[in-house]
Design a protein around this ligand. Sequence first.
Ligand SMILES: *[C@@H]1O[C@H](CO)[C@@H](O)[C@H](O)[C@H]1NC(C)=O
Ligand SMILES: *[C@@H]1O[C@H](CO)[C@@H](O)[C@H](O)[C@H]1NC(C)=O
Ligand SMILES: *[C@@H]1O[C@H](CO)[C@@H](O)[C@H](O)[C@H]1NC(C)=O
Ligand SMILES: *[C@@H]1O[C@H](CO)[C@@H](O)[C@H](O)[C@H]1NC(C)=O
Length: 369
Amino acid sequence: MQNFNYLLTLAIFAFVGAADEANKIINCYFGSWAVVQESSQFKLESLNANFCTHLSCVNFDVASNGSLDALNNPNDANIVASKRAMTLKRKSSYLKSIIAVVGGPKTNFINIAVDEIKREIFIFSVLTLLIEYGFDGVDLFWPNVGRYDGDAYLLNTLLSNLGNAVKAFNFSLSISLKGELKDMQQWSKITDLWKEVDYVNVMAFNYTDTFYHAPFHKDKENSVQETMKYLLQNKSAPASKLLLGVAFFSNGYIVKKKERSSGKNVVKLYQSAPYRQISYNGLCSLLEETEFWYQKHLEATYIKYGGIFESFESPMTLAVKTDYVYELGLGGIAVWLLEHDDFVGGCGQSYPLMRLIHERMSCELDYDG
Ligand SMILES: *[C@@H]1O[C@H](CO)[C@@H](O)[C@H](O)[C@H]1NC(C)=O
Ligand SMILES: *[C@@H]1O[C@H](CO)[C@@H](O)[C@H](O)[C@H]1NC(C)=O
Ligand SMILES: *[C@@H]1O[C@H](CO)[C@@H](O)[C@H](O)[C@H]1NC(C)=O
Ligand SMILES: *[C@@H]1O[C@H](CO)[C@@H](O)[C@H](O)[C@H]1NC(C)=O
């Protein structure tokens, strides 16, 4: 059985990235629900302000007329959470931006894009919110492009109208998109994407054709490498605008009974969708008492525990991915989500995953916090 903390230490100090490239983006998404809940132990204010360059609050929602809910309600959870993020801005020279992330479960950007009045209300309300609270930019959390041929065209219009508006005020505009090949083939139809956005958060995880969740090398069709190769080679995306998305949660699948006690590589599972998802802070104590495996040919980590196969982002896989950011000259990394890290330090030092990312991607090391 391998010692997890030992490997964690190795991953932190085996830094091979280019030390002269300190100005990578580390975009940290956090959920307003985690911040505003009274019972939550997650305190945004206690985050080391140097761990992230951007703090992006999910999910600002949009009313059916195109206006932001938060604009009509000062007690909106996203506003409360984003204001707390603003207090961190004063502690860091890096933390340039607080990004208001628009788009939640009820937002359908197509409905806004199709209607000129709604587009105007939407853009006006985004600008008003950014100005009123002093935020630095807007991130469209945009999981699906839409099913119809005309959808990409409509979204392109919305994006370019919004792009023109925010640029006039020097706000940033970014989007987050799914990294699965079938999704990227859809959203690459948005022709002005690369021109309009400052960066794209590529959610290169939660792949549905593999049990490994976010493997670096492919198991079947999708992997981090396949996603990035597709964007850079097939779609000529500018590398500096791409942030590699990493997820701090696991995907767990039920293992077939007769395979439960068998060797590490025999993994035949039942479902097509994960049985459960656990955040890294819920998983880390399991790692101390469970055998875990590093699947070298995929660069993926998993455990088999209580009849569940659980694949997750570990310090080892994060080290591979942060190196890849430098190798490809990407703009940086996007973390989904900050509160899924071991923020209280229940399994050792606090924020082990954020610490690893920060230390591998920054030469101005700051070890407090
Ligand atoms: C949009 O709808 C919300 C309620 O859903 C309302 O508060 C707001 O005033 C409306 N905005 C405009 C510009 O019509
Ligand atoms: C935007 O930034 C440019 C260059 O830094 C500056 O010249 C311009 O005045 C800024 N515009 C606004 C509206 O702040
Ligand atoms: C990317 O381009 C290569 C070479 O042209 C092609 O073989 C491959 O099928 C393309 N990938 C996708 C996912 O379309
Ligand atoms: C991951 O995919 C599952 C379905 O397979 C979905 O329920 C979940 O919301 C996804 N999570 C993220 C963060 O995309």
